[in-house]
Write a protein that binds this ligand. Structure first.
Ligand code: HEM
Length: 505
């Protein structure tokens, strides 16, 4: 009996302490809301969660649309306990991303939570980032992309074969899945010299691992924990609960180490990222011996970090672009016909080369309009490295500026009738009339997407090859309008189901 009474009083005391702590937290939040003090408008945060509750409920892109509509082009929000400025004012964005980029050189990164990815370009900071970006950039130069062209040609042939197979069997297919396999095979082949062959073997181990990364619900849970308490998320990481599954990271690390070692031992040579890193290492060693000058190279961890980032950053984004592109082809047959006619006029049945791909201006406009309507990355961010004057507001060092790409791309003032697909918005005359910060599918400034030209080239080769031989059509499972998933990357909820019909010769 005494035991229960003591037990009850402890429970009661704990309960009272909790109520006090909670009330104090809310009081603090309401009175100490940093944005209120600075004068930046925004919603009253839900304790501990901030906007996370609304994001889970509505989806990030939808919630961003609502916030910008209600509060304007500078909105102060909380994501868990982190304070974030959602910035969509084009002049201020130009300052943050380009003019004053020295003060916003870093992104927010989940240190202590992402293992080898911490050494990748997406997360690196300050001079570590500058150094790595300078060493990695030649991988995506015009000359290197041209050299990778024949490899892209091979993977797009496989993509094409898959579409023809479906056409001949009169089967419908999920274009998202085929595009994922294509993107993976192309990155594997062009950047690491591995034949993943996922277009032919969907159950290849690498494919299974990568699919796991993008579908894991546990990862989403850890991300939510990270927003509420980065410390708790880091503690969970040490206990094996990670945003990225440990077995996948171990598998990828082992695979890439094997490739690196083979190249160092000169057992094979290819025109790819790993080769550029190994050649750079050897060149630096040689220069050091000749001149005694010390130049920085990337160590194994850093090379691995970049390789993993390329895989993760290039796989989902490029396949998202391609699947929405084919969705548009099916739902807007007149646009498909115009793209096809342009391909016939400019290339016909001739061999496809990077130079004649560049002549396809209408295709380029359609791809840009696809990226406007369905931007694969709907948010990216920068962290202020100093106190900074952001328009009328004085913000502090450490503030996070987050760029809500979706509302920027759907702003009816800049893009009249924003839900309508109009490729002509990207004609050179229309483009010249717009603020350059109105279209940010690949970000901007020194930290923009390093893989942009790679992604556009691979997508265009595959698209041109495909549309020469098949016509894309809607099928009974095509969702119109399409329902989108709620994550940071814009993906269709149930896949995109289409049909391909062989064109008559
Ligand atoms: C349609 C395809 C793609 C889209 C829409 C896309 C979009 C983006 C965006 C929005 C960013 C952030 C830019 C910023 O902060 O200003 C980014 C960064 C990045 N992307 Fe992409 N990306 C795509 C394909 C690729 C590919 C194929 C690769 C690699 C092969 C890649 C590698 C990267 C890397 C490494 C960064 C970080 C750059 C840095 O911090 O220096 N991306 N991407």
């Amino acid at each position: 009996m005494t035991y229960f009474l003591i037990g009850d009083s402890i429970t009661l005391t704990l309960f009272v302490i909790l109520i006090f702590a909670f009330t104090y937290y809310i009081y603090n939040l309401l009175t100490n809301n940093i944005f209120r003090r600075i004068g930046i408008p925004g919603p009253t945060p839900i304790p501990f969660l901030g906007e996370i509750f609304n994001v889970i409920r509505k989806g990030l892109y939808k919630n961003d649309m609502d916030l910008v509509k209600k509060y304007g082009k500078i909105v102060g929000i909380y994501e868990g306990t982190s304070s974030i400025i959602l910035l969509s004012d084009p002049d201020l964005l130009r300052n943050v991303l380009i003019k004053d980029s020295y003060a916003f050189i870093n992104r927010r990164s989940a240190e202590g939570l992402i293992g080898p990815l911490e050494h990748g370009l997406l997360s690196l900071k300050d001079d570590h980032w500058k150094n790595a970006r300078a060493i990695v950039s030649p991988t995506f130069s015009t000359a290197k992309l041209k050299a990778m062209y024949s490899l892209m040609d091979q993977t797009s042939d496989m993509f094409n074969d898959r579409l023809l197979e479906y056409a001949d069997k009169q089967e419908i297919f999920n274009i998202k899945e085929i595009s994922q396999h294509f993107a993976l095979d192309t990155i594997g082949s062009c950047l690491f010299g591995i034949e993943t062959n996922s277009l032919q073997n969907e159950n290849a181990t690498l494919v299974k691992h990568l699919k796991g990364i993008f579908t894991l619900s546990l990862a989403n849970l850890i991300i939510i924990v990270y927003f509420i308490s980065p410390r708790l998320a880091r503690y969970l990481y040490t206990k094996g609960y990670s945003i990225l599954p440990k077995n996948t990271m171990d598998y990828l690390t082992e695979l890439l180490n094997q490739i690196l070692n083979r190249r160092r031992q000169h057992l094979e040579r290819r025109n790819d990222f790993i080769q550029i890193m190994v050649d750079h290492e050897e060149q630096v060693k040689h220069d050091e011996q000749q001149t005694g000058t010390l130049t920085k190279t990337l160590n194994d961890k850093e090379i691995l970090g970049q390789a993993l980032v390329f895989l993760l950053a290039g796989y989902e984004t490029t396949s998202t672009l391609m699947s929405f592109f084919f969705y548009v082809m099916a739902t807007e047959p007149e646009i498909q016909e115009k793209v096809y006619q342009e391909i016939q006029q400019e290339i016909g049945d001739n061999e496809i080369k990077p130079d004649n791909i560049n002549q396809l201006h209408y295709l380029d406009m359609v791809i840009n309009e696809t990226l406007r309507m369905y931007p694969p990355v709907i948010r990216f961010d920068r962290v202020a490295s100093n106190d900074y004057r952001l328009g009328d507001y004085q913000i502090l060092k450490g503030f996070i500026i987050s760029v809500p790409v979706y509302p920027i791309h759907h702003d009816p003032i800049v893009w009249p009738d924003p839900e309508k697909f109009i490729p002509e918005r990207f004609s050179s005359t229309e483009k010249a009339k717009r603020h350059p910060m109105s279209f940010l599918a690949f970000g901007d400034g020194p930290r923009n997407c390093i893989g942009m030209r790679f992604a556009l080239l691979e997508a265009k080769i595959a698209i041109v090859k495909a549309l020469r031989v098949v016509e894309i059509q809607c099928c009974e499972k095509t969702e119109i309008p399409i329902k989108l998933n709620k994550l940071k990357v814009l993906v269709p909820k149930q896949g995109i189901w289409l049909r391909a019909v062989r064109r008559s010769q």
